[in-house]
Design a protein around this ligand. Structure first.
Ligand code: MTE
Ligand code: MO
Length: 437
């Protein structure tokens, strides 16, 4: 985090009880409006820094009652994480690709990766409310007088079921280092920060209309009920990220079922946002409230995080990330062994945020020659396509398996990805090491 002119609230303090913070926030919000309207000079403060600052101070003053503190030894993830299924990274758990072998198109809930900024809150549907508020609703209801929906209210509305992946923007991040020699920050996921599920829920568009969506609305910002996120000593508030109204009205769900079961605690029970084809951070779990705004919204999750920074990107970063990139993975352990002279069937999956998968080419000789894989799913957007290819290795030794996908938007996986400091959106062909014995 850049140093900020406004002192961050000390962890454990209730910032909203500090009157000076309220004044600062009112001031900052006015400045932000003026600045966006071209009236304020940034006085040497970068756009990124200013946005970060405003987002952090706004968050600190607008919090629902904090959750009770968790015991220090309470695990961040509720479901079992057997080591043959998951690689643990702190509060996160990555699915092992070899564990997906033989599962169907949809990832079983028990196997689905978990990305938690803090820890899974165990909530009850009975007490849960969705609160909608802000200047983008008719009458501009404040946070203290929101439009409310209970769990049963949502379940009573017409539902939609759709298959979609949730994939972390940092999926594949480890390969920036292992394949490209780059130093990047963040969880070193290999390729297992993705899962595909059948999500059932209510279109966000229907709930927004029932809440009194105004024609002036431009952004919506769902916020999670998990604990506030503290990063670099700064309290960034609860996990939240704005979404343009156009996407919110297009295909976003308030999901309460995952593969035919109520959402598991770790995946957002009782209700999560599901934003098809976009980076995972957009799909806010344990959603508690949604700000609907007539002005653009900012949070650290669209200013500091989830933009591309680095020498090859604009000085203040790229636009906030939206669609996921294109990737492929083998349903194999790293260093899997194969008997020479025998016929093997290699299995894998490819997916893209920009369209369906049009073709997949596989190399079993480290990238020298390529053969098209057989596709097993009718390619569809927002989900992966399973594929296979036969292989009869001849000579014992180590080699690399490579898979390169092309999507219906004509994107093909490159040999290298232009790096960014936070290691997002890796899309290069991954070299999967195997041994022939
Ligand atoms: N409230 C809340 N929502 C969240 C997160 C979080 O930590 N808190 N993590 C986000 C990120 S970064 C990702 S990749 C996805 C992961 O969803 P999953 O844990 O169900 O796989 O949830 C997103 N939604
Ligand atoms: Mo993520």
């Amino acid at each position: 985090m850049p140093p900020s002119a406004v002192p961050p609230p000390r962890p454990g303090t209730r910032p909203e009880t500090r009157p000076e913070t309220r004044l600062e926030t009112a001031y900052d919000r006015r400045r932000l409006r003026q600045w966006l309207a071209g009236e304020a000079k940034a006085d040497g403060v970068s756009r990124r820094h200013l946005l970060t600052l405003l987002a952090a101070t706004a968050a600190a003053t607008a919090l629902p009652a904090p959750l009770p503190a968790r015991a220090a030894d309470t695990p961040a993830i509720v479901k079992p994480l057997p080591p043959e299924w998951f690689i643990q990274h702190g509060t996160n758990a990555e699915t092992r690709w070899e564990a997906l072998r033989g599962t169907g198109h949809h990832t079983p809930n028990e196997l689905f990766f978990v990305r938690n900024h803090t820890a899974t809150p165990v909530l009850t549907a009975h007490d849960w409310r969705l609160r909608l508020w802000g200047s983008g609703l008719r009458g501009s209801p404040g946070e203290d007088k929101p439009v409310e929906f209970g769990y049963d209210d949502l379940r009573a509305l017409p539902s939609v079921t759709r298959t979609a992946f949730v994939e972390c923007a940092g999926n594949g991040r480890a390969y920036y280092t292992t394949q490209q020699g780059e130093t990047v920050s963040g969880t070193p996921w290999t390729l297992g920060a993705i899962g595909v599920a059948r999500w059932r829920g209510v279109p966000l568009a229907d709930v927004l209309r029932r809440a009194g969506l105004s024609s002036r609305a431009v952004d919506v910002q769902p916020r999670g009920l998990d604990a506030e996120y503290i990063s670099g000593g700064e309290n960034l508030g609860r996990v939240r990220r704005p979404l343009p109204l156009s996407k919110a009205l297009h295909d976003v769900l308030l999901a309460y079922e995952m593969n035919g079961e109520p959402l598991p605690h770790d995946h957002g029970y009782p209700v999560r946002v599901l934003v098809p084809s976009w980076v995972g951070i957009a799909s806010i779990k344990w959603v508690g409230d949604i700000e609907v705004s007539a002005q653009p919204l900012f949070s650290p999750w669209n200013t500091t995080f989830y933009r591309l920074f680095g020498p090859s990107h604009p000085k203040d970063g790229s636009a906030p990330l939206t669609r996921q990139t294109i990737k492929s993975a083998f349903e194999l352990a790293n260093g899997a062994t194969f008997r020479a002279g025998e016929r093997h069937v290699l299995h894998g999956r490819s997916w893209s945020g920009a369209g369906a998968i049009a073709r997949v080419d596989v190399s079993t000789d480290g990238g020298t020659s390529w053969r098209p894989a057989r596709l097993h799913d009718r390619p569809r957007p927002d989900t992966w396509t399973r594929w296979s290819l036969t292989w009869t290795p001849r000579t014992p030794g180590t080699t690399h398996l490579l898979a390169r996908a092309t999507d219906t938007a004509a994107r093909t996986q490159p040999d290298t990805t232009v790096p960014n400091t936070q290691g997002y959106l890796f899309d290069a062909v991954v070299r999967h090491p195997v041994t022939v014995v």
